[in-house]
Design a protein around this ligand. Structure first.
Ligand SMILES: [Cu+2]
Length: 104
């Protein structure tokens, strides 16, 4: 999926720094995998809709209020973790697929 993950790319004489991998949450069977996640400030969480249904990703938690909108099967979206604390992520379409992110 991602090219050169974990490997530094060398273009000419310039070494390109390796970017940290995103934390990945898969939406499948109307649920999130994993259902809880620990991340750190500055990391990015990528949401991958691998379900047959359209999903939404949003949070009203004070540490991170966002709405990534709806994503059809096969689409992705991401959010960067900016503050420590607990983020309760939801899908507005399917209320029973919560995700909790603990940001350290
Ligand atoms: Cu959903």
């Amino acid at each position: 999926m991602s090219l050169g993950s974990g490997v530094g790319l060398r273009i000419g004489r310039v070494a390109v720094p390796v970017v940290a991998e995103d934390l990945v949450v898969v939406q499948k069977d109307r649920g999130c995998l994993p259902t809880t996640l620990t991340g750190h400030v500055g990391e990015r969480v990528r949401f991958s809709n691998e379900d047959e249904a359209t999903h939404n990703v949003c949070s009203e938690s004070p540490q991170a209020t966002f709405d990534l909108g709806t994503r059809k099967p096969g689409q992705q979206g991401g959010v960067t973790l900016h503050e420590r604390g607990t983020i309760d992520v939801q899908c507005e379409i399917h209320p029973k697929m919560p995700l909790r992110i603990d940001v350290k």
